[in-house]
Design a protein around this ligand. Structure first.
Ligand code: AHG
Ligand code: MN
Ligand code: MN
Ligand code: MN
Length: 336
């Protein structure tokens, strides 16, 4: 009888317990609570067509987006799971104007971590049964333990993340995360509700032949990005590249992480600072990608070194194979 060599994520977390920079067990419990919430959201998403969970929730979020029912459902599941486990001292979410403090739990002020998240990424794909995701980012607080969490705890540069990950609700449900010691992927066995190590020590190829961008915005792209897209389409060397754009950051970045490629969301007419949010989309995806050997830039500088000033600030975002992102930076620099 062949031994099932696949570790469960729970076993993996315990095994890696002492690898965490601050191995107090809290980070392990935090990751486990995210896992629990991921299983609950995954279960709901798998039934989306049959239950009243698709379509608009009839409200607008701080981003000016029409909130989808699943945006709010996922937000509530992750927030409630994290609050009930009394592990974090504060939470920031795409779906909440301000950060969330843990009301009525004074002892929560003694907790060391804050979580920032995009509870449901790729909302435009929900109603058409195309994959969506969840993105999370974890920092140690910098305000004094024992005091209420403060905005400075959330406005830290991405290099200070202690953990980051995404859940991909795709053909299978996967969680991919890092605690700064490489990247590992786990697949959910829906039948028994356990995540199993399916993609150990993930590496992003330094080169690739896929570029992901919403070319509908081409006319408004910066000249350097237009030049790079033309470069991708030239019949030279290993080009033209393939264009793949799923419209869900998690899905596009996961494919590029696995196979090589570059995801681009430049500034556009409607979003002059870029569409993607630095704190809970770009920083976690950048941390994961760099931990796998890739790179993420705002077109000029490394995403992880940007110093945030606002909770929901946006940035142009280029992420994936190191040499491809560096090539974008080259074209942007040349055009200035
Ligand atoms: P969200 O659904 O969390 O608001 O994020 C959507 C983002 C990202 O997932 C995706 O790559 C991008 O928006 C798609 O934007 P366009 O539809 O403008 O291309
Ligand atoms: Mn949104
Ligand atoms: Mn998103
Ligand atoms: Mn979202």
């Amino acid at each position: 009888m062949k031994k099932n060599t696949r570790k469960t994520l729970d076993e993996f977390i315990i095994e890696r317990q002492d690898h965490f920079q601050y191995s107090t067990g809290e980070l392990s419990r935090l990751l486990n609570s995210i896992l629990l919430a991921a299983r609950v959201v995954s279960y709901k998403i798998r039934k989306a067509g049959l239950i009243d969970i698709i379509g608009s929730a009839g409200a607008t979020n701080v981003q000016g987006e029409d909130q989808q029912k699943l945006d709010l459902y996922a937000h509530n599941v992750f927030v409630e799971t994290l609050v009930n486990r009394e592990i974090v001292c504060g939470i920031a979410s795409e779906e909440n104007d301000n950060f969330i403090t843990i009301e009525g739990l004074d002892e929560a002020h003694n907790n060391k971590y804050v979580v920032l998240m995009d509870p449901l990424d790729g909302s435009s794909n929900i109603d058409v049964n195309v994959s969506v995701g969840t993105i999370f980012s974890v920092y140690r607080r910098i305000s004094p333990v024992g005091t209420p969490v403060a905005m400075e705890d959330f406005l830290q540069p991405g290099i200070k993340q202690v953990a980051a990950g995404y859940i991909l609700y795709g053909t299978s449900t996967m969680i991919v995360y890092t605690t700064g010691k490489g990247v590992n992927g786990f697949t959910l066995n829906q039948a028994i509700g356990s995540f199993y190590l399916s993609h150990p020590n993930m590496k992003c190829p330094e080169d690739g032949n896929v570029y992901s961008v919403n070319e509908g915005n081409y006319v408004h792209f910066p000249q350097g990005v237009k030049d790079y897209i033309k470069y991708c389409q030239e019949e030279k060397e290993n080009r033209p590249y393939t264009s793949r754009y799923i419209g869900s950051l998690v899905s596009d970045c996961h494919r590029n992480l696995m196979r090589g490629g570059v995801y681009m969301y430049p500034s556009t007419f409607k979003t002059p600072k870029g569409k993607l949010r630095l704190l809970y989309e770009c920083n976690p995806m950048a941390f994961i990608t760099e931990q796998a050997g890739g790179y993420a830039s705002n077109g000029r500088t490394r995403i992880l070194e940007m110093v945030p000033t606002e909770l929901h600030e946006r940035t142009p975002f280029y992420c994936g194979s190191k040499n491809m992102v560096k090539k974008v930076e080259e074209f942007v620099a040349k055009s200035e």
